[in-house]
Design a binder for this molecule. Structure first.
Ligand code: C2O
Ligand code: CU
Length: 488
């Protein structure tokens, strides 16, 4: 590492030892991007699609020197991409060969609460858990990760996460050759100790948890992606514990957002930036010219974030994420379809009053921390509710709800921006900006097994910024909430 470059970037907080820097102090993208393998599956006699997953410790090479002890699923680090189509029944046989109890949660999936893999479905070391459900939701980029109460941050950080791609028969027109022009982009940041171990300390000590200097994609530091087609679809996942990214390209080129957390947008939307807080996804399509190189970067936020959030996005600097390298000849890609999906229309009147309010502050929701034994409220199956979520302190927060995909009704009283008008399961909540969401509860009634809602900044979640709801039989009036989230 040239000393001058290190000195320039050291102060920015995200320079990492071993990086190859060019004269402008930017990372040279030296490693070919790893594509997570597609998990093989089998058909059982009932026609169900069966996946075998096994979590275990491993080792992964992030930089020269010793390999880093990590955790992984069906491999030493991260997890294979699962894929299933709407209407299929999946069975996951998940074996825990880790030295600790964990869980496996299907983030964004509509499924029975006892299959959800939250903190109430622990998987002890040496045992196997086999959830099953029928996929019944639109094509989307979902993901999966552990959710053991109080230990989610460290289990995810050590490497347990992967994509779960849902397909829908009939959908077409978008680049869809996995690993060729349809690319998983799991963005995670981490710190290494001088011995190349994962540094699990909260260096900032501000409660936000781990903010890493080393930004990786699919576990690859300083990655480049060879591009061989005119258009390439990137399935972006912010898989980081705490960082917020505002993605864009170094050249200033625009790209097309085609999907949000839970499905495709109604129509493609062209923009230069898309911001993702932890857990959020966006599907984008980028067109390169033959022979061109351009880098996906994370840029400082323009509005809506407080100084804390600015730091987590990289302050006033850009973060290098992934270089796209187009071949001299690019295979033709079909034009993007003008219409992609149905827009969510759970609520059409933006003035619809919320039936519940959630104030996020510190490690609490409405002043209370998570209690595994407390159900915060019940909702009736089939009902639609508007919730208002407001972060009332100066810390960065977002809000994720299990089992449902929701519609953004308003952000600070204004209509949501176009890139957030698709189905969402996680939404950033800028300080003191009320965010209203509409949710329809389709879960099967199970008054004994809760679904979670929480901040996806994983240290906040672990420390208590989480609550639990249950779904009860249709027609029952929505249960009164023991927290201050019921109408007053
Ligand atoms: Cu991605 Cu409750 O989790
Ligand atoms: Cu938070």
């Amino acid at each position: 590492v040239p000393a001058t470059a290190a000195a320039t970037l050291g102060g920015a907080g995200w320079w990492w030892a071993g990086a190859d820097l060019d004269t402008a102090g930017k990372i040279r993208f030296v490693n070919r991007l790893t594509i997570p393998p597609l998990a093989p599956s089998q058909r059982d006699p009932e026609g169900r699609r069966v996946f075998d997953l096994r979590a275990s410790p491993g080792e992964h090479r992030f930089r020269a020197g010793r390999p880093t002890p990590t955790w992984g699923i069906n491999g030493p680090y991260l997890a294979p991409t699962l894929r299933a189509a709407r209407g299929e029944t999946v069975v996951i046989r998940f074996r825990n060969d880790l030295p600790e109890t964990t869980t496996l949660h299907w983030h964004g999936m509509h499924l029975p609460a006892r299959m959800d893999g939250g903190p109430h479905q622990p998987v002890e070391p040496g045992t196997t858990w086999s959830p099953t459900w029928t996929v019944n939701q639109p094509a989307a980029t979902l993901w999966y990760h552990p959710h053991p109460h109080g230990r989610t941050a460290v289990h995810v950080y050590r490497g347990l996460s992967g994509l779960f791609i849902l397909d829908e028969p009939g959908a077409r027109g978008l680049p869809s050759q996995y690993g060729v022009d349809d690319i998983p982009v799991i963005v995670r940041d981490l710190n290494l100790t001088e011995h190349n171990e994962l540094d699990e300390r909260d260096r900032e000590q501000g409660g936000v948890g781990i903010v890493g200097d080393l930004v990786t994609v699919n576990g690859t530091p300083a990655p480049y992606l060879p591009v061989t087609t005119q258009r390439v679809r990137l399935r972006l996942l912010n898989g980081s514990n705490s960082r917020i990214y505002r993605f864009g390209f170094g050249s200033g080129r625009t790209f097309t957002v085609v999907g949000t957390d839970g499905g495709l947008l109604a129509a493609p939307y062209e923009t230069g930036r898309v911001q993702l807080s932890p857990g959020e996804r966006a599907e984008i399509v980028v067109a390169l010219r033959p022979g061109e190189r351009d880098a996906l970067r994370s840029f400082p936020p323009e509005t809506g974030l407080n100084p804390w959030d600015r730091r987590w996005t990289g302050g006033d600097d850009t973060l290098d994420v992934l270089e796209l390298r187009a071949a001299r000849r690019l295979a033709p890609s079909p034009p993007l379809p003008a219409r992609l999906a149905e827009a969510p229309r759970l609520v059409t009147d933006p003035a619809t009053p919320p039936v519940r309010r959630f104030e996020l502050s510190g490690y609490t929701i409405n002043g209370r921390a998570m209690d595994m034994k407390r159900i915060d409220f019940a909702v009736a199956q089939g009902s639609t509710e508007v919730w208002e979520v407001t972060a009332i302190d100066d810390a960065p927060h977002n809000f994720h709800v299990h089992d449902v995909q929701f519609q953004l009704v308003s952000v600070g009283g204004a209509p949501p921006p176009p890139e957030l008008r698709g189905w969402k399961d996680t939404v950033h909540t800028p300080p003191n900006v009320p965010v209203r969401i509409a949710l329809r509860f389709r879960g099967e009634p199970d008054p004994a097994t809760p679904y979670m809602f929480h901040c996806h900044i994983l240290n906040h979640e672990d420390q208590g910024l989480m609550g639990q709801y249950v779904v009860t039989a249709p027609g029952r009036s929505a249960g009164r909430s023991p927290v201050r989230s019921a109408p007053t």
